[in-house]
Design a protein around this ligand. Structure first.
Ligand SMILES: Cc1cc2nc3c(=O)[nH]c(=O)nc-3n(C[C@H](O)[C@H](O)[C@H](O)COP(=O)(O)O)c2cc1C
Length: 206
């Protein structure tokens, strides 16, 4: 069984999303010691954004001097395809996801690999994975809060994973962490408590 641990926070080792994703992974490994963990840090080792010079890297062979970028795309994609469980540290930056994380999605949302178009519409090909999102936000955006309509973060992540067949990712959230020290402490406490409960089922159901 393989677990892919991705972090996208740019605010250092104390990043809230990193703390929560680490707690989730620690708990899953404690419960499933045989888990093989791969950590991809999108801040320490960023994936270049796609542009007019390198978009050919989405083709399998690359060509035009893009062999290195094509190999990177293949490696990032294969790492995702190999994972049974994905734990994603995903902060909200400017109402959405970090651009580093968008660059990662650009390499794994590949027709024929993680989804395909059919006469009946899009068919996700990665629905066998368990995905757990460690969400961190400075303000409050949960359903029912005044800023809920400005949440382009969790709904977007759910949309992306849904597109490739992962219908119901688990979200463990610490939000309002920049509102007040008290709210930050409460949000972290609640998120760590949820992280301690996470089982990774169904992928890890023995
Ligand atoms: C570049 C940047 C943009 C941010 N934009 C928002 C935002 O739009 N809404 C919000 O509530 N918090 C925003 N924040 C605050 C972060 O969501 C908050 O600090 C959260 O803890 C970030 O997760 P991290 O600690 O894992 O980096 C932003 C922080 C940064 C660094």
């Amino acid at each position: 069984m393989k677990l892919l641990h991705i972090d996208a926070g740019i605010t250092g080792p104390g990043a809230v999303s990193r703390q929560i994703s680490a707690a989730i992974v620690e708990n899953l490994v404690r419960a499933n010691p045989a888990l093989e963990v791969v950590h991809r840090d999108l801040d320490a080792d960023p994936i270049p954004h796609l542009d007019s010079h390198n978009v050919g890297a989405l083709r399998e062979t690359g060509g035009d001097g893009l062999e290195g970028e094509a190999a990177r795309t293949a490696a990032v994609l294969q790492e995702f395809l190999d994972a049974d469980v994905v734990v994603l540290g995903a902060p909200m930056y400017n109402l959405g996801i970090p651009s580093q994380l968008k660059a990662w999605f650009d390499r794994i949302m590949v027709a024929g690999k993680t989804f395909r178009y059919t006469a009946e519409g899009v068919q996700g090909l990665a629905g066998d994975k368990t995905v757990i999102i460690a969400s961190a936000r400075g303000g409050l955006y949960a359903p029912g809060t005044p800023q809920a309509a400005a949440d382009f973060h969790e709904p977007y992540l759910k949309g992306l994973f849904g597109f490739i067949g992962v219908k119901d990712p688990t979200v463990i959230r610490a939000e309002g962490v920049n509102v007040s020290p008290e709210l930050r402490e409460d949000a972290l406490k609640a998120a760590f408590a949820s992280a301690a409960q996470v089982t990774g089922a169904p992928a890890l159901a023995a």
